[in-house]
Design a protein around this ligand. Structure first.
Ligand SMILES: [Zn+2]
Length: 404
């Protein structure tokens, strides 16, 4: 084990993090009558017919949106940024199916010159790295950011202890790094994939907009848990020293407001109807994307969110905290897209949701500087009773980690 800090700090973290406020969850769990998501998902809303906001959004996408007009708006937007030479659009891209599709279509269907930018995973999986390499080979320039690994590990561990999500430092950079590139390289247009809040159930304020205002960014994405807050927690407990704080990457947060002037980001999914399964077929055909040979832990799919060995823990903790596991999210999305029936989705959720992410667990524990015993105490702290919604598998999972 490669410890992150001295034993005294480790003991202090374990003690301090036990006094957190419990996660709030609804008294009565309601499942959407059309898909399989429940009201436990943060920020989702249900109408009086028992249909969730993501299903209503999908319905509008299918019946109300004038896609020809949106396509026209996209062409106008791109024309206003198009350059004869040099890059004219930034595409945040991991080599995954969705971002690869966006980059490829912008380049080949719209004759743009994308500069792709990647915020590296904590620990690349083999398949994630292979897909990234294949994407580069398919004909794109990519600038990759790897934040200071020592500090990144500490932030991931602190985020797990305090927020029940080791993934948070990745999310900071995934959102902010492309905007730094926009400013740094003088390419004001940034094209992200989909509006996740609208597509999967969340804040509906931008359902009919091509982007968030930057002023909404903190409210929606960091929820009072931005990188400064996390650094403050680490500083208070001596987990981060002077040197660490001085060296925290600026890429975790947005560029200063005045530097962002003129930069804009848009969702490609606003202009083209978003369908992850189609993105997969597209990327497979055009950018060398390959599925994993095994399904991802906690779900049935083999083609989504494959890059990072910490993915499994991230989704598992969402299940513990909210009762919404990876399979629920995948299956609900596929019901809305018309790929599978609700009955099939229910069966999949029953079978896979909340499965302990065994794959890569040893390596992930090493990365986070902790052992499985301590993981159990964190699981206990964040398991809000949601884990028993579909079954009781966490009482003694029987798959290597005993959680009591
Ligand atoms: Zn629904």
């Amino acid at each position: 084990m490669n410890p992150l800090w001295i034993n005294e700090v480790e003991a202090r973290i374990r003690a301090a993090a036990t006094n957190l406020d419990p996660q709030t969850t609804p008294d009565e769990v309601i499942m959407c009558k059309r898909c399989v998501v429940t009201n436990q998902r943060p920020r989702i809303t249900f109408d009086d017919k028992g249909i969730c906001s993501a299903c209503r959004y999908a319905e509008d996408q299918a019946t109300k949106v004038d896609w020809d007009q949106r396509e026209h708006h996209l062409r106008m937007l791109l024309d206003s940024h198009r350059r004869d030479s040099g890059y004219d659009v930034i595409v945040p891209c991991s080599g995954g199916k969705d971002s690869s599709m966006v980059a490829h279509r912008l380049k080949h269907d719209y004759d743009m010159h994308p500069l792709c930018v990647t915020w590296a995973p904590f620990i690349y999986t083999e398949v994630g790295r292979a897909n990234f390499d294949a994407f580069v080979q398919s004909g794109f320039d990519v600038v990759v950011a790897h934040p200071n690994g020592h500090i990144h590990r500490k932030l991931a561990r602190l985020a797990l202890e305090y927020y029940g999500d080791p993934f948070q430092p990745f999310v900071y950079g995934q959102l902010a790094w492309p905007m730094h590139c926009a400013v740094q390289y003088g390419i004001p247009l940034v094209m992200y994939g989909e509006n996740g809040e609208a597509e999967y159930g969340g804040d509906t304020a931008a359902n009919n907009k091509p982007c968030w205002d930057f002023k909404d960014w903190d409210r929606v994405y960091s929820k009072g848990r931005d990188v400064e807050a996390l650094i403050g927690l680490g500083w208070d407990i001596n987990a981060l020293d002077n040197d660490d704080v001085r060296n925290v990457s600026p890429f975790y947060g947005l560029p200063l407001k005045h530097r962002l002037e003129g930069a804009e980001f848009h969702w490609f999914g606003y202009y083209h109807r978003w369908h992850p399964m189609e993105n997969f077929y597209f990327a497979e055909q055009h950018t060398g994307f390959e599925v994993h040979d095994e399904r991802s832990g906690g779900t049935y799919s083999k083609f989504a969110s494959l890059d990072d060995k910490l993915d499994g823990l991230h989704y598992w903790f969402a299940f513990l905290k909210f009762g919404i596991g990876r399979c629920t999210s995948d299956a609900a999305q596929q019901v809305r897209a018309g790929d599978i029936s609700r009955d099939d989705a229910l069966a999949l959720v029953e079978r896979y949701d909340g499965e302990v992410p065994e794959r890569h667990m040893d390596e992930v524990m090493e990365y986070l500087g902790m052992d499985a015993g301590h993981l159990c105490t964190i699981v206990d702290r964040f398991n809000n009773g949601n884990a028993v919604f579909f079954n009781n598998k966490f009482e003694n999972d029987g798959r290597g980690i005993e959680i009591t």
